[in-house]
Ligand binder design. Structure first.
Ligand code: SF4
Ligand code: SF4
Length: 248
């Protein structure tokens, strides 16, 4: 039997307080809407270390080697559902993806993607901390990027793709996070991000989606907390995130 007041129980208790605090701020803002707790990126911005840049480009070179050993893919060829899911470059948009909104399932989905994007902007990309010096760029993602560029009439070589990715490396990023994780979001254009980056939705965002669907609303309040404090609270809607001042 685990101790009743171990670290997990303590964190749960803190999360309950963070949610309660977010509810209080939402009530003061005067709207009865779903309230969801998100993670919070609290890293500091720092110069992208030369070692990280080198490590990223070294790994990228290896993946490009494998990518170009394969025949050029036809992105327009029919795919199974599983292949489509694995290769999708147009999943649910995240904080850092302001230029994109998904295609065709109507206004409700567009509203939802805007709201999820606003929520990720409030979190500021905690999940990107796992991107390290690989940015999740594997062969399947680079095969898709290569095929897309060729389809657009841009001839690709290993060197030209490496140079393209290198050109988007920022001068500054969040300390010890993904090489492309900047204050303004992801420094890579959406189409050049990994399949995983483009389709990942964390548990909190899934919860937010379910809450909005069950209550039939297209806005919500989100709190973003690390393990210690509630860091940010915002009203999120298709118009973006409107931050609320923290009172504690
Ligand atoms: S997917 Fe989740 S963890 Fe990632 S940026 Fe969005 S809210 Fe944060
Ligand atoms: S490439 Fe962009 S979206 Fe992917 S982990 Fe890095 S910063 Fe996040």
């Amino acid at each position: 039997m685990p101790p009743r007041d171990g670290p997990i129980a303590a964190q749960r208790a803190r999360n309950v307080r963070f949610v309660q605090h977010t509810h209080e701020l939402a009530a003061a803002d005067g709207r009865a809407l779903p309230v969801i707790l998100l993670p919070a990126n609290t890293r500091r911005i720092t110069a992208l270390p030369e070692a990280s840049r080198t490590a990223f480009l070294d790994k990228l070179r290896g993946v490009l080697e494998e990518t170009f050993a394969q025949p050029l893919r036809d992105n327009g060829a029919p795919m199974s559902e599983a292949e489509h899911a694995a290769r999708s470059d147009a999943g649910t948009p995240r904080a850092a993806l302001p230029e994109q909104s998904p295609n065709a399932v109507g206004a409700q989905v567009e509203h939802l993607s805007d709201i999820l994007g606003a929520s990720c902007a409030t979190c500021m990309g905690e999940c990107c901390n796992s991107g390290g010096t690989h940015a999740f760029l594997q062969v399947d993602s680079l095969t898709r990027v290569r095929a897309q560029l060729e389809q657009d009439g841009i001839a690709t070589t290993r060197d030209s793709l490496e140079a393209l990715y290198a050109s988007y490396l920022p001068a500054q990023h969040y300390r010890e996070s993904c090489v492309y994780h900047t204050r303004g979001g992801c420094a890579l254009p959406r189409a050049m991000r990994s399949n995983l980056c483009n389709r990942y939705v964390c548990g909190s965002l899934s919860q937010l989606t379910r809450a909005m669907e069950s209550e039939g609303v297209v806005e919500a309040y989100v709190g973003a907390a690390d393990s210690v404090r509630l860091r940010r609270v915002a009203h999120v809607s298709r118009d973006g995130a409107r931050g609320l001042p923290l009172t504690k």
